[in-house]
Design a protein around this ligand. Structure first.
Ligand code: PMP
Length: 287
């Protein structure tokens, strides 16, 4: 079956899904994106993702290309056309097409592109044994709260992770504290059993999965705190994990050369993963 994409008002086969060479997304990375998980044919945490898309657009003063209602219809049609049961919807909005020049163009219309693809769930092996992360210097800009398509540092970091047999690279600020992964948020559970993740300032992307996990932790009466933690503290942690819309809660059992806990996914991480999966299939799902 050939895949179908949505480009500026039209559903097209992937082979014909194109944007102009002077699209500012292509030339300047002048655009934003979102990724929404599709599980059992329905969207997970759809509204918070669309809220974050609106926020990213507003922060960059890019016009909204269509109403939320229309966007939700396009998302559903794309899931239907591509017969996605478990996968993701990717959406990208750029400032539009204009003669190449740095300032905002006067009359450009934002470009919108949506694609969808199937993804498989992480293996049981990953869930039980966890994954390795490496630590790298955070070389990004001061507006990491905006979900911009400008992802070069993230790409370089992820590549370094892959070349070192790791799932993810945790980025580290000038103070030696972990900001976040290249495409996921970072968490630890201290030896005292406290769940810790960095506060959502401009230094990180405020993950929608992160917010859902915090909500679940709160409800379950877990001890948690939003504060910075150092690489040293992470290496001494009882547990660690990464979160994102497509990695859910992924246990981390090795940071650089240090094994975390007993090298198996921690109890709290597994519990949160199960609660998140339950949440994604129920309360977090929108038909
Ligand atoms: N941080 C970064 C840098 C990311 O790219 C992502 C994935 N979009 C996340 C965190 C996790 O965000 P979410 O839970 O909304 O997928």
């Amino acid at each position: 079956m050939s895949r179908i994409a949505y480009v500026n008002g039209r559903f097209l086969p992937h082979s014909h899904a194109e944007v102009h060479v002077e699209d500012r997304g292509y030339q300047f990375a002048d655009g934003v994106y979102e990724v929404v998980l599709v599980q059992n044919g329905v969207m997970v945490d759809e509204m918070p993702h669309l809220d974050r898309l609106d926020r990213s657009l507003d922060e960059l003063r890019i016009a909204h290309p269509m109403s939320r209602g229309a966007l939700r219809s396009v998302m559903r049609e794309l899931v239907r056309l591509n017969r996605i049961r478990n996968g993701l919807v990717y959406m990208q909005v750029t400032r539009g097409v204009a003669k190449r020049d740095h300032p905002f163009p006067k009359n450009a219309k934002p470009s919108i592109v949506l694609t969808a693809k199937r993804i498989s769930m992480p293996s049981q092996e990953t869930v039980e044994n966890g994954v390795k992360v490496i630590t790298i210097r955070d070389i990004r800009w001061e507006r990491c709260d905006i979900k911009s398509v400008s992802l070069l540092p993230n790409i370089l970091g992820k590549q370094e992770a892959r070349e070192n047999g790791a799932f993810e690279a945790w980025q580290v600020d000038a103070d030696g504290n972990v900001t976040e992964g290249t495409s996921s948020n970072a968490w630890i559970v201290t030896q005292d059993g406290e769940l810790v993740t960095r506060p959502a300032t401009n230094d990180i992307l405020n993950g929608i999965t992160r917010l859902s996990i915090l909500k679940l932790a709160e409800r379950q009466g877990l001890k948690y705190v939003e504060r910075a933690f150092s690489v040293d503290e992470a290496k001494k942690a009882r547990e660690a994990f990464a979160s994102s819309a497509t990695a859910f809660v992924t246990p981390v059992t090795q940071i650089d050369d240090v094994v975390i806990g007993n090298g198996k996914a921690g109890t709290l991480s597994r519990g949160l993963r199960d609660s998140y999966m339950e949440y994604a299939a129920g309360e977090g799902a929108t038909a």
